[in-house]
Design a protein around this ligand. Sequence first.
Ligand SMILES: [Zn+2]
Length: 555
Amino acid sequence: MLLMRGLVLLNGRVFTARPGEPRFDGGVAIVGDEIVAVGGDAAVRAMAPPDAQQIDVDGRTILPGFIDPHNHLAFTGAELAAVDVRYPGVASIADLVARIAEVAERTPDGTWIRAVGVNPEQFPDGRLPTRWDLDEATRVHPVLVQHMSGHHALANTLALEQRGVGEDVADPPGGRLVRDDRGRVTGYCLDAAQALVVPIDVDIGHHGPGFHDDAPLDEIVGDIDRASRAYLAAGITSIVDAQVTRRELDAYRTAREQGVLGVRVTAMPISSQLDDYLAIGLAGPFGDDRLAIGPMKFYSDGALTGGTAAFSTPYGPHGEFTGSLYWPSEDDFRDAIGRAHAQGWQIGVHAQGDRAIDRVLDAFDAALATHPRDDHRHRIEHCGGPRPDQLERMAQLGVWAVGQPRYFWDAGDAWLASLDAARVHRLQPYREMADTRVRFALSSDAPVASYRPFDTVLSAVTRTTVGGALIGESQALSVEEALRACTHDAAASYFADDRLGTLEVGKLADLVVLEADPFTTAVDRLGDIAVEMTLLGGEIVYEAARRTATSDSIS
Ligand SMILES: [Zn+2]
């Protein structure tokens, strides 16, 4: 018989994330890739093989590995290597121009310059940047600047020329080219119009924002490797990639073959592929614990930042936003959701505004009426502005919300300026969701917001903006609720809770040891908590350098 490797973590403070279970002193025993005991040190030691490796964690907190149920891992990897124009590093149009000019200086003429994370809603300029601004930085490099939401992009004049976007180009369905008062294209492309300027490999049409660019496979695999390492260092052991086409699935498969897929990945195929999956009779969950196909992803509306989220009453600093919907025909949208549901898919639909959420709930309602299913766990991704009656309806239908409280930090100031108080302070209303028994999980939506789980936890607990304002304080979660929403509930949001998300006998041994105890850390310092060690499937996959240094200095 093959002897299984054993490992015991002892002398810790354990948070299992099981609903209702208090924290306790003790540890975890692991054999192979599974947890075989959780409890007091003596009990745990008794269950471990005699030759098990023992690690004394010195009173530190042990909890399940973080699960990010709405994330874009491959794109986060690309962003980690791209030109970073996030706020507050870039805090004005002049800053943006200066940063691009500086990169252009050391980039061969003609090479594309990609920048990511711009947040002009935070700028003092009071207008969106244009191609003419970017032209000041360079006229000999095509430049593409991606908005922090991932929904919009700004191109310079050369990039527009190379992509054949002239004044006569019409707005595509689900998107819009911003034009100046003389009708000229400014280079700012909203939602589906991005596909006009991003060199696209996979065109998803009106099914969502078109960001599936033509980077070569080995580059995407490198992005996956880079992001995986960063995630493990931040304590993330599993993610759900919320928008996957052939491009990303190829890359994830290749990354796994090459041994660089560091975290567990569940892919959400985008709805443009629905007919292909129906044709071969496949529906998620399908795959294994390292790489799987999960829920199918649909889009209802656009982004809150930029004004493409669809609310039932207008918003914006001047009441100018009505929002836009990706699917031109509501009948087609409902029909597609119905067919995916009938095939057995779990469905996740991006929806921010209440008008978009109505569309989703109507579609789920109709699908469930025709094909009743008890435990479907259909999800609304983001679920920014649900009305109270919509929360009631979500609870009744069993629809989950998968939210991103970290948006408050990056985009909250812009939202305070563009939404009335009644709506802005009810964005992502987690307290109301808990009270109305709407199930929810928390995620990052990286690279839209920071991938670090403790940034998500901090923002769920404090709901502060980068400018220091508060959004809907009464909707704040406790540290315990936030941690559970990033572990147990995150796993349940895609049917992975039978093997992931808690420290429990029989579950996969994915766990983290933290440098500081989140339950005793001052709430405003939660974001500073570092991970000391990450285990995935019983293997130590990340260890902070400082830990090694400490033990060296002792010996
Ligand atoms: Zn997303």
